[in-house]
Design a protein around this ligand. Structure first.
Ligand SMILES: NC(=O)c1ccc[n+]([C@@H]2O[C@H](COP(=O)([O-])OP(=O)(O)OC[C@H]3O[C@@H](n4cnc5c(N)ncnc54)[C@H](OP(=O)(O)O)[C@@H]3O)[C@@H](O)[C@H]2O)c1
Length: 338
């Protein structure tokens, strides 16, 4: 199959904007490109590769001439448009949560399970941002020593809640400093100068939907339902980049030095780890980059085969847009080699 005519659904959103940047940066091949969004943004002008494009309203017929679509929309929008696109012979790469756990849909992180792409039936899902950076960091340790159990606490940026989440942090911080009242729209509690230990609704045994995504998606990506994951997801007043404190328990022992070398050797991971000189990954230093950053690598003092580390990644890039564009590149390259 040739993927000449591509579409970006949700092109005006936080992730969609980065997808546009990445397609330019990575010189993604195409003949025509169409930017789609809701009626609200239809008619908006976007500049792409020096040319002006008009945003088109997402309707069934908008997919008529498209071969490949990357979607970053709310779940219910993805539920609606994916069948429209597939019926018209278009392959969909979807960022939303709607299709990820569907048994017929491969859930792909190219550094971990690129082979899953061969099973696609017109729809491929990209994982939740907090899962993606964690599974990239897990992969080299899992390949060397088999991970049995993960305990993870996330520190998730407000851009994880889209354009509206980013705006709420800056606007409410300004209002708070000015002593003004602020009318919240996105988060259930004040996010300025606060932390919110809930992302998503209640889902299972006291865990939230965001936390259970980390459990289910990790197992699906590794193809291993025996991996135990205990997550706590927290929204923090950081504009961009999710941070995670991760503890993995492995079947075979690994020293901190061995784990560090495994991380260093793995494409897509950058190690910054010099505690004595105050060097470790932080959101401000990682934003705008595609890698998953790892630091504070150390032996767990409380269990025999445990490695603890700190992991930061740009949720809009590797956590979303970069992963989707890498999947699109896999697709295009695998079509080229058939
Ligand atoms: N933000 C992250 O870090 C992240 C990471 C991984 C996955 N995701 C997932 O990616 C998706 C998009 O997230 P985001 O953060 O980019 O959200 P966002 O900033 O709110 O953008 C949403 C996009 O979807 C479009 N949209 C909304 N309703 C639509 C409809 N009925 N028809 C057509 N287009 C519609 C919006 O277009 P309008 O301009 O017309 O409203 C906008 O372009 C979500 O499913 C999210 O869970 C996000």
């Amino acid at each position: 199959m040739v993927y000449e005519n591509i579409g970006i659904v949700g092109a005006t959103g936080a992730v969609g904007s980065i997808i546009r940047q990445l397609l330019e940066e990575r010189n993604f091949p195409y003949k025509t490109i169409t930017f789609l969004a809701s009626k609200r943004s239809a008619g908006t002008k976007l500049t792409f590769r020096g040319e002006e494009h008009t945003v088109v309203e997402m309707t069934p017929d908008a997919f008529n001439d498209l071969d490949l679509v990357i979607g970053s929309t709310p779940d219910e929008t993805a539920q609606e448009f994916a069948p429209w696109a597939i019926e018209r012979g278009c392959v969909v790469i979807d960022e939303s949560g709607y299709w990820r756990m569907d048994k017929t849909v491969p859930l792909i992180v190219p550094e971990v399970n690129p082979e899953a792409i061969k099973d696609h039936k017109g729809l491929i899902a990209s994982p939740n941002c907090s899962t993606t950076q964690m599974v990239v960091a897990m992969q080299p340790l899992h390949a060397a020593a088999k991970i049995r159990r993960v305990i993870v606490s996330t520190y998730q940026a407000t851009s994880g809640a889209g354009v509206a989440g980013q705006a709420e942090l800056t606007d409410s911080s300004r209002a708070s400093l000015d002593g003004q009242a602020y009318d919240r729209k996105t988060f259930a509690h004040p996010i300025a100068f606060n932390l919110i230990p809930q992302i998503g609704g209640p889902k299972h045994e006291g865990y939230t939907s965001e936390e259970m995504k980390m459990v289910y998606e990790t197992r699906k990506i590794f193809g291993d339902d025996s991996i135990l994951v205990c997550p706590t997801c927290v929204r923090v007043p950081v504009t961009n980049c999710h941070s995670e404190s991760i503890l993995v328990e492995t079947e075979k022992p690994l020293s901190a030095a061995e784990a560090t070398q495994l991380f260093r050797d793995f494409p897509g991971i950058t190690v910054i780890d010099d505690l004595a000189n105050g060097q470790y990954p932080m959101p401000l230093g990682c934003t705008g980059n595609d890698d998953v950053y790892v630091g504070r690598i150390r032996k767990d003092l409380s269990c025999e085969n445990g490695i603890a580390f700190w992991c930061v990644s740009d949720n809009l890039r590797k956590g979303a847009a970069t992963n989707a564009v890498q999947i699109a590149e896999l697709l295009v390259n695998s079509a080229a080699t058939v």
